[in-house]
Design a binder for this molecule. Structure first.
Ligand code: ADP
Ligand code: MG
Length: 244
């Protein structure tokens, strides 16, 4: 069996007296799409942030693509290049075009020259179907298009895994589909993905596994069919009935 791309073990996270993650284990296989759900405050964002060391876990281990993310000897900036992250807010530079935003990541993070970075950025924009919007500024783009630029920015760096934290939550409903379609294409291209989202239709159509978290613990997980049709735990049932 090939080793997992992401292997988090016994992750605990405390914020002061708040015990937010209480021993979470998460393995993500290559090309797997894991869909992570749970009530607000259950620790989903914190878990994602622990995977790329935007947060330091209080204890536990995180190995991504064979790299020990918690080892002091690990070059964390280099390691993070293997992990793309897309947030609810797109965080694009308003004074830079779509192309400029994507190319900047390549120039800054990978030290690429301008011409090479722009060629690669253009390629990434094509993958999110925005090749024809390359010279538009963020304010000239819809929220959905801005989020697709943010996805292009992440995939241009050729990560081994992509983490999505509620990527469509800030979008008007009519713009959600375009972003989810791009995410499905990414998955079809073989990207390994962890997706926190409330889009259950997407989970049913695209997820390999659904993981349900509550109160800092993984309560239940399964393939989408079993998970949604026959949840085992009362807590899971209550959550699903509430969102559907
Ligand atoms: P979710 O993404 O599932 O809604 P979060 O991971 O954002 O949950 O938050 C889990 C808990 O941790 C919440 O109680 C939240 O208030 C708390 N929390 C998250 N980040 C911080 C922080 N930087 N400092 C203090 N508490 C935090
Ligand atoms: Mg969150």
């Amino acid at each position: 069996m090939t080793p997992p791309i992401v292997e988090a073990r016994a992750i605990h996270k405390h914020f002061g007296h708040l015990h937010v993650l209480k021993g979470v284990d998460l393995r993500v296989a290559e090309k797997e799409l894991v869909f992570l759900i749970g009530p607000s405050g259950s620790g989903k964002s914190t878990l994602l942030r622990c995977l790329n060391r935007l947060e330091d876990p209080s204890s536990g281990s995180v190995v991504v693509d064979g790299i020990d993310m918690l080892d002091a000897r690990t070059d964390i900036n280099k390691a993070r290049q293997r992990i793309g992250m897309v947030f609810q807010s797109f965080n694009l530079y308003p004074h830079m075009t779509a192309l400029g935003n994507v190319a900047l990541a390549l120039r800054k993070v990978q030290g690429m020259g301008r011409a090479e970075a722009e060629a690669k950025a253009q390629e990434a924009l094509k993958r999110v179907h925005l090749a024809d919007r390359a010279d538009h500024f963020p304010l000239q783009l819809s929220g959905g298009q801005q989020q697709r630029v943010a996805i292009a920015r992440a995939i241009a760096l050729e990560p081994r895994v992509m983490l999505f934290d509620e990527p469509t939550s800030a979008l008007d409903p009519e713009l959600v589909g375009g972003v989810l379609a791009v995410m499905r294409e990414l998955r079809e291209d073989g990207m390994t993905m962890v997706v926190v989202s409330h889009e259950m239709g997407f989970a049913k159509a695209a997820a390999d596994r659904v993981v349900f978290m509550a109160d800092g613990l993984i309560v239940e997980e399964g393939v989408p069919g079993d998970f949604f049709d026959a949840p085992k735990h009362a807590r899971t049932r209550a959550f699903i009935s509430q969102i559907e």
